[in-house]
Design a protein around this ligand. Structure first.
Ligand code: ZN
Length: 193
């Protein structure tokens, strides 16, 4: 877990929201690398944390966590032990989800971006932050919409189906999403990280 204390940088205040508690098979993340090796450097951490940045004009989420659309079977596979409640987390800071202005995704894997859309009580799928602009790297968006075999297993189409037009901004490499917050292309474990 990254931490729970506010992290203020310049004029931008940063708070942490809990995404959900879950477990991922390290083998999934490290592929052919033996657990004996990766566990020495990366002890498993089941926390999945969301960063919230805010200044007088903007409320920016970095990732949206797992979301609430997984089936019972999927929750069991991923050892989800607490329900995802991003709206409730925002409310604890006195913020309504409709007030979020920017959602910046580190990448599109479901445990980071599944909460982009949420399942309502009446079974509809809607954007969690309906008034926000959502930012994704172009490489990542290309892979999300490409439907290659790897992408299909980690990028869930329904997560991104509501992103289009003015609520989506596909960025190319390094870009400032709003004053004081700049994203950089790092090329992590996905091509568009
Ligand atoms: Zn990932």
């Amino acid at each position: 877990m990254l931490g729970e204390k506010p992290l203020n940088i310049g004029d931008v205040g940063n708070d942490w929201l809990k995404g959900v508690n879950m477990g991922l098979d390290g083998g999934t993340m490290f592929g052919p690398v033996s657990k004996v090796l990766w566990a020495q450097r990366c002890p498993a951490d089941a926390e999945n944390t969301i960063l919230m940045c805010n200044d007088p004009h903007n409320i920016v989420l970095v990732d949206t966590g797992l979301g609430n659309k997984l089936t019972v079977n999927q929750k069991s596979i991923f050892t989800v032990t607490t329900p995802w409640d991003l709206p409730g987390g925002l409310t604890s800071f006195g913020i309504a989800r409709e007030e979020v202005t920017h959602v910046v995704f580190t990448h599109g894997d479901f445990n980071h971006a599944g909460g982009v859309a949420r399942l309502t009580d009446i079974g509809r799928i809607e954007l969690t932050c309906p008034n926000a602009t959502h930012f994704l790297q172009k490489k990542e968006w290309d892979d999300i919409t490409d439907h290659d075999p790897r992408a299909k297993s980690v990028y869930l189409a329904e997560d991104f189906s509501l992103l289009c037009g003015s609520n989506l901004e596909v960025i190319d490499v390094d870009e400032e999403t709003c004053p004081g917050i700049k994203v950089r292309f790092s090329g992590g474990h996905t091509r568009g990280h």
